[in-house]
Design a protein around this ligand. Structure first.
Ligand code: SDX
Length: 373
């Protein structure tokens, strides 16, 4: 039997056309397009690219965006489920419950044809941000805000969350966050979703698998922990001591490290620029300077002590961006999921299209036993 690869590190388990990562050069492509180019498109064009495999022309984009606008509202029954989640919980738990309920309302639930799954896909992509925004407002005793069809996907989320239209730079940052969060090859939640899809279970079930997996603090849950860390550090000057104490206590610093990237995560570079732009536009540089001090401290510490740097990952500066966008920490991972839903769906549809049940082996390392006669 093969040697066990802890965490399936560097194990190639399937061929995909959805995305590619060069961990050495720090390059990420969705369907062959570099994310440094894709971030200048609307999120709708990128989610279309991911779920359909090609960029939309102007007419296709207009029809797709109109369909998303039609499906953005939750409707009375789904909104009542969000209201029923009015507990002191993370938004990921409310999202999981609400998507479960939505699956009962979908007549195509167990139809895994491409046509049915594309219909479910637009429903899910449209509603994820609305659910997260409604949950946040209900928790604060506020009335959910209906989407505005004149706004982009990202701008609509901020409008539904805050009840006021975002500035241009805020809308741009949110749109780019959804794009940068959309897809990342066989990360834990996308791979988990594919495993569910590989049994020919339905798309909603596969997406709920993704939600439950992304929640973990070693995966998407890190984004919330980054925001909490920024709140714990009283000033940028206190960042170095804070981080060095955690490292001395053998604690992991949330928002740092990656299984695949051996250099800067290309998404982080873009998020860092967005965070700086937001900080300067708002005249509030504290969080950005604190984050930079954390990054520089860890780079020096790991370079000095271990000869290789520890880089920030996608959850670090996106957490700083969320601070400036006034997104509460308890929403952070669910906002990540509102971007990642397109990648999960792309992976599931690829799995359905050329499927074999995903079933690896385990190496038994305990002694055989016999029942005493
Ligand atoms: C995401 O897979 C994806 O693509 C995920 C993602 C996506 O887009 O889907 O990119 C999104 O999940 C990003 C990661 C978010 N999680 C965190 O920020 C949590 C903190 N990071 C670590 O837990 C860790 O870096 C992981 C989970 C991200 C990667 O884990 P690995 O590959 O198993 O690495 P490891 O834990 O074995 O660490 C290797 C070494 C260790 O040192 P030694 O024990 O060998 O001496 O690096 C150290 C670790 O201690 N290290 C860290 C660290 N990350 C690694 N030390 C301190 N803080 C950290 N964050």
């Amino acid at each position: 039997m093969e040697e066990v690869k802890s965490g399936l590190e560097n194990v190639v388990v399937l061929e995909t056309g959805v995305s590619s990562i060069d961990g050495t050069e720090g390059v990420l492509r969705y369907r062959g397009f570099d994310i440094n180019d894709l971030v200048y498109l609307p999120y709708d064009a990128v989610s279309y690219l991911l779920i359909r495999g090609k960029l939309p022309d102007d007419n296709e984009l207009a029809v797709y965006s109109a369909t998303l606008n039609e499906k953005r509202e939750l409707g009375e029954y789904v909104q009542n489920v969000v209201r029923a989640c009015n507990f002191n919980i993370e938004a990921m738990d409310a999202l999981r419950t609400t998507i479960s309920y939505m699956s009962h309302c979908d007549p195509d639930l167990n139809d895994n044809s491409e046509e049915a799954n594309l219909r479910k896909a637009t429903n899910l992509i449209a509603k994820f941000p609305t659910i997260v925004a409604a949950f946040s407002r209900i928790l604060k005793g506020e009335t959910p805000v209906s989407p505005d069809p004149t706004l982009s996907h990202g701008a609509n989320f901020l409008y539904m969350l805050r009840g006021s239209k975002p500035t241009e730079i805020e809308a741009e940052a949110m749109e780019k966050d959804f794009i940068l969060s959309a897809e990342h090859e066989l990360n834990a939640s996308s791979f988990a979703s594919r495993i569910t899809a590989s049994t020919c279970s339905d798309l909603y079930s596969a997406i709920i698998t993704g939600i439950c997996t992304l929640k973990g603090p070693l995966h998407g849950g890190a984004r919330m922990e980054v925001m909490n860390m920024l709140d714990e550090i009283p000033a940028p000057e206190a960042a170095e001591a804070y981080v060095l104490e955690k490292i001395a206590n053998k604690e992991k610093i949330m928002g740092f490290g990656h299984r695949v990237y051996m250099t800067q995560d290309p998404r982080t570079i873009i998020f860092k620029v967005l965070a700086k732009q937001l900080a300067e536009s708002k005249g509030e540089t504290q969080w950005y300077r604190t984050a930079e001090n954390i990054e520089n401290t860890l780079f020096a510490e790991f370079m000095g002590k271990r000869g290789k740097p520890l880089y920030p990952n996608v959850d670090f500066y996106s957490g700083v961006v969320y601070k400036y966008l006034e997104i509460p920490p308890r929403l952070a991972t669910a906002v990540f999921a509102a971007g990642r839903i397109s990648g999960w769906i792309a992976h599931c549809m690829e799995q359905y299209s050329d499927n074999r049940v995903i079933r690896p082996r385990a190496k038994y390392v305990k002694p055989a036993k016999t029942l005493k006669a």
